[in-house]
Design a protein around this ligand. Structure first.
Ligand code: BG6
Length: 514
């Protein structure tokens, strides 16, 4: 049996970590980018943290013809640890090649699995990870079904097979429903793990602890005390080498439908009754369904509450000389958005009429991911006679990246003069307190999948609720002849994005690292 390490280290520190049960992980696309950058290094790190069972093994699968030895060498290059430390991990690594559309490939996988299950004493606990482009999802899933590898009820198996699907899950509501229906023919919902890697980030998970393990914040977390909320995922990077994927996706499908809406759901949902997958996912779905429909174009210019932008070369900064349309793999007249900003309302008792301003974009000034809660200002200033009648509001910032931190700003007296007040920040930086970097998101998600814990994975109704909200906007943008608003690469914002919030008398928070 595997071990549950639960310890109360000091009176007030409660930690729980469970190591993975014996598992075989089959990674489709094993020699590809995602596997090399995220999956293989994360598995190695889980192994180094001694959370991977001794009997675990990895079967890489892909089109490229590789021997076990060659794949082991690729793995060694990806995991970036000295060879002496990876030796025992690499003994668990195998490879099988074939054509994704050919049933023989899956018959070979099946044969390999049964040999390796015996060798490693795994008893049929199989995870199939789709680290491949989305157009291959249904082909692979259907073939797994034909090869009888998806069947949930094999008595000899210690756990039903699991399927891990990367985002984007569909391109819009209809394609997500179709994909879901096809997957459901072979896999039951309890076997499906839809990944949104933001949910694996420590600080995103901390939203739950912060809100629901402290009595002080939740009573204020509503329309009576909160003026507005801003959620930002800004990236300084562009699309790197992913032009051909990104040009078909855009910021809405790549970031907004998933990472942005998941952060919104965690920040705004009602308290779940317990820390289990369905209680939490029920509340997230309810929240997503309460978002008021968006408008891509108003009857008057400036009436829209969601806008899109695209970066163009900067005329000021020569380092930002490449515009989106000049990127490799991108159409020279592309209308794909690299920036989305929206003003959302959540129509429920807690949030009625509180605006949520969301923005995400590539090639902005810096990387900055945060949720900022701006509270209402004091209702009356007793300092008005001294010229202080408009005091700054308290702002609580949950910074997700690049620094993991929580900051609360408040007004305080400065020493010296009879009355001198300024805004101060109370800061909590993870790195200062815990002294280590948080484990990467994929470690958490891979471990949870091996443990059969679906809490941090998106459920079918969650994905459909987000597409239901955004599909009308995507359709309107597709019909729209006009191009997205332009912003110079490396800039902080642009006039149309500013207008979205400034027309309400508010401002975007400055992009910066705390
Ligand atoms: C991915 C997107 O899901 O998230 C990328 O496809 C984006 O375009 C990335 O750059 C951002 O993730 P992170 O963890 O670096 O914020």
């Amino acid at each position: 049996m595997w071990e549950i390490q639960a310890s109360t280290l000091k009176e007030d520190i409660v930690c729980a970590e469970t190591s993975a049960p014996p598992t075989a992980m089959v990674v489709f696309g094993a020699s590809g980018d995602l596997a090399g950058r995220k999956l293989l290094p994360s598995l190695m790190q889980i192994f180094q943290r001694q959370l991977l069972d001794d009997r675990f093994y990895l079967l890489g699968a892909g089109r490229k013809k590789l021997s076990d030895q060659q794949f082991s060498e690729i793995t060694q290059q990806s995991i970036n640890v000295p060879a002496k430390d990876s030796e025992s991990f690499l003994k668990k690594v195998y490879y099988v090649s074939g054509d994704y559309a050919d049933l023989t490939f899956y018959e070979n996988i099946k044969t390999r699995l049964s040999e390796l299950d015996q060798k490693h004493e795994v008893a049929g606990s199989h995870i199939f990870y789709l680290a491949v482009p989305p157009f291959l999802y249904t082909t692979i899933v259907e073939q797994l079904g034909w090869a009888d590898l998806s069947c949930p009820h094999k008595p000899a198996y210690s756990a039903p097979p699991r399927l891990v699907v990367e985002k984007p899950f569909g391109r819009d509501l209809q394609s997500a429903v179709e994909l879901d229906n096809k997957i459901h023919r072979c896999f039951d919902e309890s076997q499906i793990y839809r990944i949104d890697h933001y949910l694996g980030k420590e600080t995103v998970q901390n939203i739950l602890m912060f809100r629901f393990a402290n009595a002080v914040f939740e009573p204020l977390w509503n329309r009576n005390y909160i003026d507005h909320v801003q959620i930002t995922i800004a990236e300084s990077l562009g699309i790197e080498h992913r032009g051909s994927y990104y040009d078909k996706a855009g910021a809405m499908r790549d970031m907004f439908q998933n990472h942005m809406l998941q952060m919104l759901a965690l920040a705004a949902m009602e308290p779940p009754s317990s820390f289990n997958a369905d209680s939490i996912r029920d509340e997230k779905v309810k929240l997503l369904r309460s978002i008021r429909p968006l408008t891509a174009q108003g009857s008057q210019p400036g009436e829209e509450n969601i806008i899109r932008g695209q970066y163009v070369p900067s005329v000021i900064n020569s380092e930002e000389a490449v515009g989106y349309r000049d990127e490799p793999g991108v159409n020279s007249d592309s209308k794909t958005e690299t920036f989305v900003a929206a003003k959302l309302f959540i129509d429920n008792w807690r949030w009625k009429d509180v605006p949520f301003y969301l923005r995400t974009g590539k090639r902005l000034t810096c990387k900055d991911t945060e949720i900022a809660i701006t509270f209402k200002k004091v209702p009356h200033s007793m300092f008005a006679s001294l010229g202080m009648d408009d005091m700054a509001a308290n702002i609580l910032v949950l910074q997700i990246q690049p620094e993991e931190a929580i900051t609360l700003s408040f007004q305080a007296k400065r020493p010296g003069s009879k009355l001198c007040m300024s805004t101060l920040n109370m800061n909590f930086r993870y790195r200062d307190v815990f002294g280590v970097d948080s484990p990467g998101a994929y470690q958490r998600l891979l471990l949870d999948c091996m443990l059969g814990d679906q809490t941090l994975f998106t459920r079918t109704d969650d994905v459909k609720a987000s597409w239901r909200l955004l599909t009308p906007i995507l359709q309107a943008w597709q019909k729209d002849e006009s191009v997205p608003y332009q912003y110079p690469a490396g800039s902080e914002s642009f006039p149309e994005a500013d207008r979205l919030i400034e027309s309400d008398g508010r401002k975007w928070r400055k992009l910066s690292v705390i």
